[in-house]
Structures are given as structure tokens and as C-alpha cells.
Design a protein around this ligand. Structure first.
Ligand code: AMP
Ligand code: ZN
Length: 504
């Protein structure tokens, strides 16, 4: 914990993060003293991701950005599941190869990451590019007596070979039947079963020829094999959404630790669900929105980002459109505040209150994020500072050194939250281009269509023309321009520091 008066070294922070495995807040530090090695379960690319999926990826983005802000480099690996039951079924229905089928969704996923300003992990690992590693892990388990081959050529993990099974999800497995099997990847049964490591080829399905036979990997073995390929047999942190805790992560632990006799990941982070009307947002429930859906409705990418990160990761978050509106307003306030600081002319000197407010905000911000990534409290600290500074500016009690104390706090805020810097035009433009291709122009909000028809340069030109008209006291023309811009969804703000414009 940092206290007022501590040196202004954010680097001294240690992140305390809830660890599902130990059931408590544990310090998260690199075991090798250098970089934090982390693995995050990535998307299954059978369709577009929804904002529930992106809540998880965004919270992991907050984690990695905070680690870096506090001086810990990260080595972050994320897989892409580009072969599974659904992908095989859908690609067969579409009459294309699985590679062709998934390509579009992989591309869309990266585009969505970029729109939401989610940093790319250091390593992306596609399942279909690591088949030999998976097969050799199955062989290793077979040699250890922990994997067996069924009559059809599929391989299963023998749960009885791993007595610690259930240690992550704390499930009671006393009623477990030896030899009972399950061959689907996702199951929600309370009683565990031997699970598929490798599925024998079925006629017409994509498969690979390997040392353990012709077939394709199960979902769980993917993550074990790729995590160990890039991070070693033991690493610092494994993350994913709460639904992955059982069986997926439990199975990853069983496979990996049986093969290596070493702890797999020391720390496990699970992001709680994004809900809609109290139920998990999911494809199968049909209650989902993709980032594209929301961009087309006219919400800014930054607002989607802020809405999804402002509720801390360990609280379930019931999604509403009000949360997007609140995020939009919050971002407007922060952008206006930063612009005011940057453009304002302040007398030399400092005010004691402002200096203290800046120092206090920074400490509250660091402590909030350092305490299990409490984004809500971190955000509150920044707003408190903005309110105090705005009041001081209104009262003429704000000086150049106050600005110099506050701007770095905002910079550290945006190093993690990344919403103040306005880069919202590009995601909106891309979403429109996509809508056109996907035949979804009917879903595009009218303001977005209008705003998109005016490029930034055209807007700048009109704003400049209006300023000239006003200087020439041609107020009729100036008003006309303001009206024209408003119709196209562009609002102007006159201030003593000049005119600012923004898209509605
Ligand atoms: P998938 O593409 O289904 O494999 O999911 C990708 C990631 O999104 C996983 O970490 C899931 O746990 C996570 N996820 C799926 N649905 C939700 C949700 N409603 N809220 C938060 N995370 C989710
Ligand atoms: Zn995984």
C-alpha cells in the first residue's frame, strides 16, 4: 500500500490479485524476476466475438497494462482455437475448409481487438499450427499410464491418474466413476469424467496424421501444449473467463502436471461474466451484442471499452445501454478536462490544494489497481481530481505547476484505461465498411452515416471557415455552418481557447 508522502514511484507497486487456486489475494510477480509469463485462453473462431468475450480480454488488457506501468514486462501468450466441433460442423455446412472458414473470424477478432484498443499479446498461437506438440504430450501421458486409447482410436485422460483433480474449482469428486468418459469439450456435469485428449478421425472431417494416430486434438490439450511450448512447464499466471475454470482449466492442470510433475501455472485469474438481464451473455442464449453491433448503433469504441472495464473483473456485470451512455459522458468529461489543461493559460506558481489533490489521486489510483485491479475505484480517483481541478480553474485558483502535476496522472490513467486519446473515428469507419460488405447498412444509426459522410478534413475546413466568418462578423454564415455540422452529427464547442469539435 502506498501512503501520502511516499516517493512518486509507481514502480514500487506490487499487484495483489485474487488467485482462484489459493482462494486469496496473492502478490503477482515474475518467478524469474524478469518478465511475467502469462497465458490467456483466446477465442474459438467459429463466429464473431461478443462483448462478453471482450469483457474478459479487456480485463486481461488492464492487467497487462498495469503490470507494465508498474515496471513489470510481460510475456503474454494467447491461443486461437481454430479447430473444434463447431468449426468442423460450420465449415462442412459452408462447404469450405476449416482454414478458409476461420480466416474471416480471425481477421475480425484482430480488428475488434484494435477497435477496443486491446494490446496484442506477445505471442499468438493457433491450435492448428501446434498439432505435433499436442500429439507428443498425449504420448507422454500414455507412457505415464495417464492416457488410454478407446476402441475408435480416440485418446482419453484417465482422471484417476491425477488425485489432485478438482483443486482449482474446488469440486468434490468423491462420486467420480472410474472409466466414465466424455468426449465433448465443454461439459457442465458436476461429476467429472475421463475426457478426450484426441479425437479419432471421422470420415470427411479435417484430421492430422500423427504418432498417436489420425485425428484431431481435444480442446483442453491445445492450451496445455501451447502454454508449455512458449512459457515453459511452469509459469506465472493463467487467465480466462469464469466458465473456463471447470472443466477446461481443471483439465489443463491435470494433463500438464501429470506430464511434468511440476506446478503448471502458479496463479489463476478468472473474469466474471458479462450478463444480460441476469443471464450470461452467450451465443447459445442469443442474448449477445458484438462490438460491431454497438459501433453501428453509434456508440464510440472508447465508450464500449470503458463500459466493459469500469466494473472490476471479479464482479458480474449486468450489461445495459445506460452503461454505454454513462461511459460516453465520462469520456467526454475526461477529454474536455485534458483539453482544458493543455490549452489553458495558467499563471506561474502552484496551489497547495491542487498539488495535494494530484498526489492523492495518484496514490488512490495506484492502490485501487494494485488491489485486485479495482478499476471502479481507480476511475473514481481520477474523476475526483478532475472535479477539484475544474473548480479551481473556474475560480482562478489554478497554476502552471498544478497543470504539470496533473497531466502525468492523466497520462498514467490513460496508459491503462486508454480512453482519453480520441481514436474513435477509425473503428466507426471500419464498422461502416464492414456493414456495407455484410449487408447490414440497415442497422447503421443515421448519425453515424451522416458523420461518416464528412471526413475530418472537411470538418476542419468548415470549422475554419466559421471562425473566419465570425471574425468578419458574418454571424449568419457562422450559424449556418454550425447547423450544417450539427445535422451531420458534429458538435462544436466554443471556448476561450478556440473551437473544438467532436462527433456525436
Ligand atoms: P470462447 O470464444 O467462447 O472460447 O470465449 C473466449 C473467452 O471469453 C473465454 O475466456 C470465455 O471464458 C470468455 N467469455 C465467454 N462468455 C463470456 C461472458 N458472458 N462474460 C465474460 N467472459 C466470457
Ligand atoms: Zn484454454
Amino acid at each position: 500500500m502506498r501512503k501520502p508522502g511516499d516517493a512518486r514511484a509507481v514502480e514500487a507497486m506490487t499487484l495483489r490479485l485474487f488467485n482462484t487456486l489459493t482462494g486469496q489475494l496473492d502478490a503477482l510477480e515474475p518467478a524469474d524476476g524478469k518478465a511475467l509469463r502469462m497465458y490467456a485462453c483466446g477465442p474459438t473462431v467459429y463466429d464473431y466475438g461478443h462483448i462478453g468475450n471482450f469483457r474478459t480480454f479487456l480485463q486481461i488488457d488492464i492487467l497487462r497494462r498495469f503490470l507494465r506501468l508498474t515496471g513489470t514486462p510481460v510475456r503474454h501468450v494467447m491461443n486461437i482455437t481454430d479447430v473444434d466441433d463447431k468449426i468442423i460442423r460450420n465449415s462442412a455446412e459452408a462447404g469450405v475448409s476449416i482454414g478458409e472458414y476461420t480466416a474471416r473470424y480471425v481477421e475480425a477478432f484482430f480488428e475488434d481487438l484494435e477497435a477496443l484498443r486491446i494490446e496484442r499479446p506477445e505471442q499468438i498461437a493457433r491450435a492448428t499450427e501446434h498439432i505435433p506438440q499436442m500429439a507428443s504430450l498425449v504420448e507422454k501421458l500414455a507412457r505415464a499410464g495417464a492416457a488410454y486409447k478407446a476402441e475408435d482410436g480416440s485418446w482419453y485422460f484417465r482422471l484417476k491418474a491425477f488425485p489432485e483433480y478438482g483443486k482449482l474449482s474446488k469440486k468434490d469428486l468423491s462420486g467420480m466413476e472410474d472409466g466414465a468418459r466424455v468426449d465433448v469439450d465443454e461439459y457442465e456435469k458436476d461429476s467429472a469424467r475421463d475426457f478426450a485428449l484426441w479425437k479419432a478421425a471421422k470420415p470427411g472431417e479435417t484430421s492430422w496424421e500423427t504418432a498417436i494416430g489420425q485425428g484431431r486434438p481435444g480442446w483442453h490439450i491445445e492450451c496445455s501444449a501451447m502454454a508449455m511450448e512458449y512459457l515453459g512447464e511452469s509459469f506465472d499466471l493463467h487467465c480466462g473467463g469464469e466458465d473456463l475454470m471447470f472443466p477446461h482449466h481443471e483439465n489443463e492442470i491435470a494433463q500438464s502436471e501429470t506430464a511434468t510433475h511440476k506446478p503448471f501455472a502458479r496463479h489463476w485469474m478468472h473474469v466474471r461474466f458479462l450478463l444480460v438481464d441476469g443471464r450470461k451473455m452467450s451465443k447459445s442464449e442469443g442474448n449477445f451484442y458484438t462490438p460491431r453491433d454497438l459501433l453501428l448503433k453509434g456508440y464510440k469504441a472508447s465508450a464500449i471499452r470503458l463500459a466493459l472495464i469500469s466494473v472490476p473483473y471479479r464482479r458480474p456485470f449486468n450489461f445495459t445501454f445506460d452503461s454505454l451512455t454513462d461511459a460516453t459522458n465520462a469520456i467526454d468529461r475526461l477529454r474536455t478536462f485534458q483539453a482544458r489543461l493543455k490549452a489553458g493559460k495558467f499563471a506561474a506558481g502552484e496551489s497547495k490544494e491542487m498539488q495535494e489533490a494530484a498526489a492523492e489521486a495518484r496514490i488512490k489510483y495506484d492502490n485501487a489497481l494494485g488491489n485486485d485491479l479495482n478499476t471502479a475505484e481507480a476511475l473514481a480517483a481520477i474523476f475526483e481530481l478532475a472535479r477539484a481541478a475544474n473548480t479551481a480553474m473556474d475560480q482562478g485558483q489554478f497554476f502552471a505547476s498544478d497543470r504539470d502535476a496533473i497531466l502525468p496522472v492523466l497520462r498514467d490513467f490513460d496508459a491503462v484505461f486508454d480512453v482519453i486519446e480520441d481514436r474513435d473515428a477509425e473503428p466507426a469507419r471500419r464498422a461502416m465498411a464492414w456493414a456495407e460488405q455484410a449487408g447490414r447498412m440497415g442497422d447503421v444509426a443515421p448519425e453515424l452515416k451522416a458523420a461518416q459522410s464528412l471526413g475530418d478534413e472537411a470538418i476542419e475546413a468548415l470549422v475554419a471557415e466559421r471562425t473566419t466568418a465570425k471574425q468578419a462578423r458574418n454571424f449568419a454564415r457562422a450559424d449556418e455552418i454550425r447547423k450544417e455540422l450539427a445535422e451531420k452529427g458534429v458538435v462544436l464547442e466554443d471556448s476561450k481557447d478556440g473551437v473544438r469539435w467532436k462527433r456525436k
